[in-house]
Design a protein around this ligand. Structure first.
Ligand code: SF4
Length: 346
């Protein structure tokens, strides 16, 4: 089922990890407009394409939530970063969304994450015209067979992705090539990607126009795992990156500062404050369930204007259509440092 998230659905756009607005306490604010994806990557952290329900958020509703966060921060160098649990180019009016985000007072840049497979056919120019400043494109290998294997798509067209990557810097936008390093699987390919990056950088030497941001593979509990590949600790990852820097004579260890990201006040959550209070007093917090989640175990709840992902392991039915109000013991809530809230029913 495809759930269209509008104001009328009362699905909150703060507090959930898979849709809405994520504020990690910096000047970069993440925007998640959809969970739809055209790939089925074997390592997908979001298990995109493997869920029963997908979500697509109405642009004005999403922009309104984003604007609330930006207004609270009161800065003039906000970056709107479209980073869905899926592929942003499947969002029908992506240019309209980008234009809306870019037009919010205080926003200096707009960027997005993409798997790169849908960037052909004039899309790059269209996004640039809408005000997009940067595209981060995932590129895990230079080998077409391995690319098909990792993306779990026989029709994954690596040549088309590489052509799109090459076209981004010429459009006036910045490009970040974003490979994930799966140790023991794509080690040699990471070196080839670095050489590809260096070639592009020679053509576009302007500072920041072309960068490569190699990421360490992290296996998420609820995501898909790439075969038997183990995640490696960050100490190992950075020592390997430094060795690659030496070998290829180029900077590869990047920090948030290299991307102009700095700490900024986080948009506060009344619900999170109430949960902490309730934990101290060993009380329950009332949550209204307003919609199904991505699968049968999951539903979306709301309280005090904030979202709660409700995971049901209790065996008792929770029917979102009836909008039940659940009194959930505070101890059953988990709150991340980014104020993403999960409540588990047992
Ligand atoms: S990793 Fe990204 S591109 Fe691949 S299936 Fe998941 S959301 Fe889609």
């Amino acid at each position: 089922m495809l759930v269209k998230v509008t104001r009328e659905t009362r699905i909150p756009l703060h507090g959930l990890d898979f849709v809405g607005v994520i504020d990690r306490g910096t000047n970069l604010v993440e925007v998640r407009p959809t969970t739809l994806c055209n790939l089925r990557c074997a390592y997908c952290y979001a298990n995109a394409g493997g869920q029963e329900n997908d979500f697509i958020v109405d642009a004005p509703y999403l922009i309104e939530a984003f604007e609330r966060v930006v207004r609270f921060k009161g800065l003039d160098d906000i970056e709107a970063h479209v980073d869905p649990y899926g592929e942003g180019l499947l969002y029908k009016d992506l240019p309209g969304l980008i234009k809306g985000l870019r037009g919010v007072p205080g926003v200096r840049r707009a960027s997005m994450q993409s798997n790169g497979t849908m960037l052909g056919g004039g899309r790059i120019g269209e996004l640039r015209a809408a005000g997009l400043d940067q595209i981060n494109v995932t590129l895990n290998t230079m080998d077409p067979g391995q690319a098909r294997k990792i993306s779990c798509r026989d029709d994954y067209n690596l040549d088309a992705v590489l052509r799109a990557i090459e076209a981004v810097p010429g459009s006036g936008m910045d490009l970040v090539i974003a490979p994930v390093w799966f140790f023991g699987v794509n080690d040699a390919e990471i070196g080839r990607i670095v050489e590809f990056y260096k070639g592009l950088k020679e053509v576009h030497p302007e500072p920041g126009r072309v960068r490569v941001g190699i990421q360490n593979y992290l296996a998420y509990r609820t995501g898909r795992k790439l075969g038997k590949v183990k995640e490696r600790e960050f100490g190992h990852f950075y020592s390997q990156l430094r060795a690659l820097e030496k070998k290829h004579g180029t900077k590869l260890v990047l920090s948030a500062r290299d991307f102009g990201i700095h700490p900024a006040p986080a948009y506060p959550s009344d619900l999170v404050a109430a949960i902490y209070q309730a934990k101290l007093k060993k009380r329950a917090v009332e949550v209204e369930v307003v919609a199904p989640g991505r699968n049968g175990r999951e539903s979306i709840g709301t309280a005090l204007g904030w979202g709660v992902k409700v995971l049901n392991f209790s065996g008792a039915a929770v029917d979102p259509a009836r909008r039940p109000r659940l009194a959930i013991p505070a101890a059953r809530f988990d709150v991340t440092q980014d104020f993403l809230v999960t409540a588990t029913l047992r």
